[in-house]
Design a protein around this ligand. Structure first.
Ligand SMILES: Nc1ncnc2c1ncn2[C@@H]1O[C@H](COP(=O)(O)OP(=O)(O)O)[C@@H](O)[C@H]1O
Ligand SMILES: [Mg+2]
Length: 327
């Protein structure tokens, strides 16, 4: 069973166009499957529909059509069971939703009582969470005296109080300073690897998603336009075969011409020319063939080849290309 699964999921809103209200699909026929235990990133620019998907999965809003299952439960027919299966966080990791004049422990106690968790169970969970987040020494300090990073920990602990198997996090690092964002990413990773939680989180920051996630869905204008591992996404998007060669000297037009004179080598894609080394990407007919032939050839002409490998576009290239295409 997938932890999260949607098929044909669609949500329409209205928006004004030329003074008239027109319906549009904020979430447009989305099929998504997140496996149990996965750390999955939903990446897309503002307005892509990420928050709307999270809200449907949290049972905050109803879809217009299609299906969504969380922990095997239908978000429309079994919303209570869905709610019992999830921890949910939305752009509030900075701690605005905490009581600043209460300690970390008292905040957690308060939220546990709101969620009808028996005090004995709550005490055990709170102690375990404070230990997991390495906060035992600060447990009785008022939240107002905490750094942002510490507030993030309390927010995450709060989300984990009912012990949900699935965490839905809408832009958990948005608005955080760089150091707290780094800390938050580490915590998400730990929740995934050490506590085995399934995590679906949204972001418009490609670099965080690329580093953190096992798989990524890229979303634009309500549609999922690609789903895969960060590496596979780069590979799929590569239109031409290419290799990159690093040599230990300044490349000049003659060097580039020499490279292109090799059988099976085509256009120069890019050349970063430095004083004591240069990196050149060239299109090739076959990567293995080029990796075998280029170093010998260049070394025969007196160049020192430091490295040669298949050239992949970065996820940034993929993202920019996909989200720029008209929907
Ligand atoms: N309640 C609403 N009423 C009308 N339009 C909405 C509503 N919620 C979201 N939208 C619109 O739906 C689109 C997707 O929004 P959202 O899911 O918040 O995107 P994201 O989280 O990726 O930035 C946007 O164009 C947004 O303006
Ligand atoms: Mg959003």
């Amino acid at each position: 069973m997938n932890a999260i699964e949607t098929s044909g999921l669609t949500k329409r809103f209205e928006r004004k166009e030329d003074g008239k209200k027109k319906p549009f699909a904020a979430v447009d026929n989305v099929d998504l499957a997140v496996e149990e235990g996965e750390l999955f990133g939903l990446l897309g620019p503002n307005g892509a529909g990420k928050t709307t998907i999270i809200k449907i999965l949290c049972t905050l809003i109803l879809p217009d059509s299609g299906k969504a299952f969380v922990n095997g439960y239908d978000v429309v027919k079994e919303p209570d069971k869905v709610r019992a299966s999830i921890g949910w966080l939305h752009g509030e990791t900075g701690g605005r939703a905490l009581y600043w004049r209460l300690s970390a422990r008292d905040n957690l106690r308060f939220y546990a009582s709101l969620q009808n968790i028996h005090p004995d169970v709550a005490k055990k969970r709170i102690d375990a969470l404070l230990e997991f987040f390495d906060m035992e020494e600060d447990a009785d300090t008022l939240v107002k005296d905490f750094s942002t990073g510490m507030k993030v920990k309390v927010m995450l602990a709060r989300t984990l109080l009912p012990n949900p198997p699935i965490l839905l996090m809408d832009e958990p690092t948005v608005g955080l300073d760089a150091a707290s964002a780094v800390e938050t990413r580490k915590l998400l990773k730990a929740l995934s690897t050490e506590l085995g939680r399934t995590i679906l989180f949204t972001s418009h920051n490609m670099f965080e998603v690329e580093r953190l996630c096992e798989r990524i869905a890229i979303m634009n204008s309500g549609k999922i336009i690609a789903v895969d591992t960060p590496l596979k996404l780069s590979e799929i998007m590569r239109e031409k075969k290419a290799v990159e060669v690093r040599i230990s000297e300044t490349a000049d037009p003659k060097t580039l011409g020499l490279l292109q004179s090799i059988e099976g080598v085509g256009k120069v894609i890019k050349a970063e020319i430095g004083e004591d080394s240069s990196l050149i990407q060239v299109e090739v007919r076959d990567e293995q063939e080029a990796i075998a032939s280029i170093p010998d050839f260049l070394q025969g002409k007196g160049y020192n080849v430091i490295s040669i490998q298949r050239a992949l576009p970065t996820l940034e290239d993929v993202y920019m290309k996909l989200t720029r295409e008209p929907a």
